[in-house]
Design a protein around this ligand. Sequence first.
Ligand SMILES: C[S@@+](CC[C@H](N)C(=O)[O-])C[C@H]1O[C@@H](n2cnc3c(N)ncnc32)[C@H](O)[C@@H]1O
Ligand code: SF4
Ligand code: SF4
Length: 394
Amino acid sequence: MAHVRSLFFTGAASESEAKAQAAKKAGHPSSLIWNITNRCNLKCSHCYMAADAHVLPDQLSDEETIELVDRMHAAGCPVVFLSGGEPMLRPNFWEILERVHACGIKPTISTNCTLVTADAAQRLKDNGVKWIATSLYGTREYHDELTRVPGTYDKVMNAVRTLRAHDIGVVLKTAITVNNWDYIRDMIQTAKDEGVGIFYICDLITSGRSEGEEALRISKEQWRELCDFIVDDMLDPESHMEYDIGAIPSTIPYIAEKFIERGVDVSKGLERLSLFSACPVGQGHMAINSEGMIMPCQFSQEWTVGNIRDMEIEDAVKLLRSLDEQPSEGQCAPENCAYTHICRGCRVKAWMRTGAEHGGDSRAEDFSCILSKEAGERDQDLAAAVPCQGGCTA
Ligand SMILES: C[S@@+](CC[C@H](N)C(=O)[O-])C[C@H]1O[C@@H](n2cnc3c(N)ncnc32)[C@H](O)[C@@H]1O
Ligand code: SF4
Ligand code: SF4
C-alpha cells in the first residue's frame, strides 16, 4: 500500500509513513494488520478472508490477545490495524483496543462500520483512534448487493458522518472491479463531500471468496486511467484528498512518471521509495490472523511463515525481511526493470500465481504491472509482426 500524496508531497498519512519508515530502519515491525476475528455480520462477495458468521477453530483466546498486544509493544510496533472479519464483533474488542492505547501503540480500526454508533465513536476517540478505515463499493443498491445485507450502505454513510462529527478521520476503501468501475469517480466525490481524508483503492485480489475471479479485475488501461485521474486531482489546489493504492505497486512508478512529465519534483518521493518500496512485503509489514498465523501479506491467508504462539515478533520480522532481500524475477528483475528498487512488483500476487499448492514463489514477476501491456495487447503486436501461416481467416 502506498500513500500517494504523502509519498510525493505531504499529506494526511505523512506521520504514519514517517513512523513506519523509522520502525523499519530500527528492525521493528513497521505496520501490523491483525485480523482479530474471522467472524463477520456481512457476506461480501469478494472477501479475501471468506469471513462469515463462524469463528475459526483455533482462534487466539482473550488472554492470548492481550499478551500479544504487550508483545507488539515490546517489539517496538508503532501502529496496529485491528481488522477482521468484523473486528468490533469480537467480544473483547474494547479490551484489546484499550490495551493497545495504554501501551502507546497507534490503533487504526478497519471496520465495515455497521456497529459504529455515537457511543462507540466516542469510545474509539477516547482510546486514541484517530483513523477509521471503512469500505464503500458504489451506489446504495450495488453496495448492499455486494455485502449481501440490505441497509449496509446507509449504515456506512451514517457512521462516516458520526465519526467526522467526533473529529475522527475516515479512510474510505474500495476494492475496484469491472462491476464498480463506473462508480469510482462518484465514490471519490462522495468521500470529498463527507470530509473523508483518505481514499484507498485496492486491486481485486483473487483469493477467499474471489478465488478464480480474474475476469473481475479491471484492465491495465483502466488502472492507468485511474492513476491519471489521481495525478490530476492531486495537482488541483482545491483538492486535499490523500490516495492510497493497494496491491498494484506499479501504479507508483507510473504516477511518478506522470508527475515528472508535468514538471513536478518527485526526488523526495523516489528517495523514500528506495528505502521503502511500494510493495511492503518483507519490509517490516506483517499480518496476523485470528488463529495467530503470521503472513507476509494479509491478502493471502495461505501464505504463512509460522504462528505467533511459537515465534517472537522480532524473529518473524527478520524472517519476512529475507523475502525483501531476494530480487524479483522475470519482467520485475533488476536487469529488466529500472523501477524494481522502488516497486518490486506485488509479491503476494506472484506467490499466488506460482501456485500455493507448489509452495508459491514470491520472487516471480508481477503479471499485473501497468507499465507492461495486457496479454491481449502483446498478442496483437505479435500477430502484426508474424504473418499468418494460413488456416485462419482473421
Ligand atoms: C477483509 S476487510 C476487514 C475489515 C472490515 N470487515 C471491512 O470490510 O472493512 C478489509 C478490506 O479488505 C477488502 N477486501 C476484501 N476482499 C478483498 C479482495 N478480494 N480484494 C481486495 N480487497 C478486498 C475489503 O473491501 C475491506 O475494505
Ligand atoms: S470484506 Fe469485511 S465486511 Fe465484507 S465479509 Fe469480508 S470481513 Fe466482512
Ligand atoms: S516490471 Fe515489476 S518491478 Fe517493474 S514496474 Fe512493473 S511491477 Fe514494478
